[in-house]
Write a protein that binds this ligand. Structure first.
Ligand SMILES: C[S@@+](CC[C@H](N)C(=O)[O-])C[C@H]1O[C@@H](n2cnc3c(N)ncnc32)[C@H](O)[C@@H]1O
Ligand code: SF4
Length: 502
């Protein structure tokens, strides 16, 4: 089926609706952006936290409304628990990391944080107590920096808030290789976790030095081996496009990981942004070119496929060899649930997935199906430990900023998540949102088709070739009209409707 045959009516609507992209706008956006290093490679959501601000209502009001929603809707909860601390590195923040974190300064600070965290869990008791958990994820920061005795206590906070933890849900803990020793992994397993996600980033021991991370490959192999022995599912994160990395280095990292028996791996392109050391002029000069990164993306995919791996998202790969292994190796539930956060049953929206975030920099995401504007929202806790702790000890929700979605934002957030899986089911989109996706973004699909970046089928827009590599840019393209509107509204002073939650 040709794209133009399928997109009936797209052209006739373009001239009248300024929220719809024209063909020339799409072409010039891609021509301009595809030659720039893209940022936002790791965090994919609409809109980016850059656009969030003080919420117009108090958190208590939002949570009261959510209680009402919870009485009538079927939904699953994905709990995220944040950890602020990381081992100090030189350069700071591993040289590349853009996630909020604070330097670890000893166990006393960690103990204080756990006490504060417990208080925040208590704030949510009146609101979240009857919810059903779909998955749990302890992220950060570096959550494997807690002492062995801390894990049971941390899990007891979850248990008490939700009145028990369902059997069989995925419970993940993120961390760095050198801290996943046998004693800790055993404590993690005994506390109820069933998956670890290990940030390895580099398996070239020379190149890893750029990040200041004190890790070696033996620690990675050992952690994988112990996890396997303890029946803990494991996945590792690797980064490509690293300073001075060659194609051979990149392929060698994958080979080492595959030979170590890894079954889940995340292969992120280095996101170079902000004030990180890797974004400095000196380090930029050492980075592979955009063209080399595109080639790395394709060569990595070919290699992983040849080793029996299946691509789950633009950067996630899994190798499942048998059904028993499938059970044992974990399912990426946390990620999967968010890729399909609104589902339907023959057109009627019947299930949503929410995120409850507790702790430093954690995010709460509540989507009320596709209902009226302003009933879906997202907010983030403080990214300064001092402010987080201060607010909680004063008995206040430690929220830094947030965003209320209108109906267009919910659709865009859903599209962003689908695009991560490199496939949009346009029939589902139509059933859920009552809108024809092929017409709505007609000029976009036509341009992508010309570049051989998509394939269209009865049910899907499927991203192929460079269409996959350029996903963050394509997400930015489809959101660009709405983001321009949000920016304009911000300029026109949204402060008039924003009542401070301070
Ligand atoms: C929140 S980090 C925490 C993981 C853990 N603390 C660690 O350092 O390994 C999660 C993952 O995001 C990825 N990441 C962070 N910053 C990145 C960047 N600038 N570019 C690409 N990936 C990045 C890394 O692969 C990392 O493992
Ligand atoms: S990469 Fe991991 S350890 Fe390094 S600063 Fe980021 S969160 Fe911390």
């Amino acid at each position: 089926m040709s794209v133009s045959e399928t997109i009936t009516g797209a052209k006739s609507t373009q001239s009248t609706d300024s929220s719809i992209h024209s063909a020339s706008e799409v072409k010039s956006f891609i021509d301009r952006e595809s030659v720039r290093r893209q940022s936002n490679k790791v965090l994919h959501g609409h809109p980016s936290p850059m656009y969030w601000k003080q919420l117009p209502e108090s958190v208590e009001t939002l949570l009261e409304k959510r209680l009402d929603f919870a009485k009538h809707q079927d939904f699953g909860v994905n709990l995220y628990v944040g950890t602020p601390f990381c081992l100090k590195t030189k350069p700071a923040r591993c040289g590349f990391c853009l996630f909020p974190s604070e330097d670890y300064r000893g166990n006393a600070g960690v103990e204080d944080y756990i006490d504060i965290l417990q208080k925040e869990f208590d704030f949510y008791k009146p609101y979240y107590g009857n919810d059903k958990l779909s998955s749990i994820y302890f992220g950060g920061g570096t959550p494997n920096l807690y002492h062995p005795e801390h894990y049971g206590r941390l899990m007891s906070f979850v248990d008490q808030l939700y009145g028990g933890i369902p059997d069989n849900i995925e419970i993940t803990l993120e961390g760095i290789p050198q801290l996943f020793n046998e004693e800790k992994l055993t404590a993690i397993k005994n506390a109820g976790f069933n998956r670890i996600s290990m940030g390895v980033q580099q398996l070239n021991e020379q190149l890893v030095k750029y990040s200041g991370r004190k890790q070696n490959n033996m620690q990675v192999f050992r952690a994988l081996e112990i996890s396997q022995k303890l029946d803990l599912a494991s996945s590792i994160d690797l980064i490509y496009g690293w300073p001075e990395q060659t194609m051979e280095d990149m392929l060698n990292d994958l080979k080492v990981a595959v030979e170590a028996g890894v079954h889940h791996l995340t292969h992120y392109e280095l996101n170079v942004a902000g004030r990180s050391d890797f974004a400095s002029r000196q380090k930029r000069a050492l980075l592979p070119s955009i063209q080399t990164n595109i080639e790395m993306y394709h060569r990595a995919n070919d290699y992983l496929r040849s080793q029996g791996f299946e691509q789950v998202t633009v950067y996630d790969w899994k190798k499942i060899e048998s059904s028993t292994q499938k059970e044992r190796l974990g399912r990426y539930d946390y990620e999967h649930n968010m890729h399909h956060f609104v589902d339907h049953d023959e057109g009627a929206v019947n299930h949503t997935q929410q995120v409850c975030g507790i702790g430093f920099a954690a995010v709460n995401f509540h989507v009320n199906g596709v209902a009226a504007d302003d009933e879906s929202w997202i907010y983030m806790n403080h990214t300064s430990l001092e402010k987080y702790a201060k607010k909680v000890s004063e008995g206040r929700f430690p929220v830094e900023r947030g965003f209320k979605y209108n109906h267009r934002d919910v659709k865009l957030a859903w599209l962003f998540q689908s695009m991560q899986t490199m496939k949009i089911n346009h029939l589902d989109y139509r059933k859920i949102f009552n809108e024809n996706l092929l017409e709505r973004y007609g000029a976009v699909w036509e341009e992508l088709d010309k570049r051989n970046w998509i394939r269209l089928s009865e049910a899907h827009v499927e991203f192929v070739g460079e269409g996959q590599y350029y996903m963050p840019m394509l997400q930015a393209l489809i959101a660009s009209k709405r983001l321009a509107e949000i920016r304009a509204a911000k300029k026109d002073d949204l402060a008039s409707i924003a009542v401070s939650i301070e």
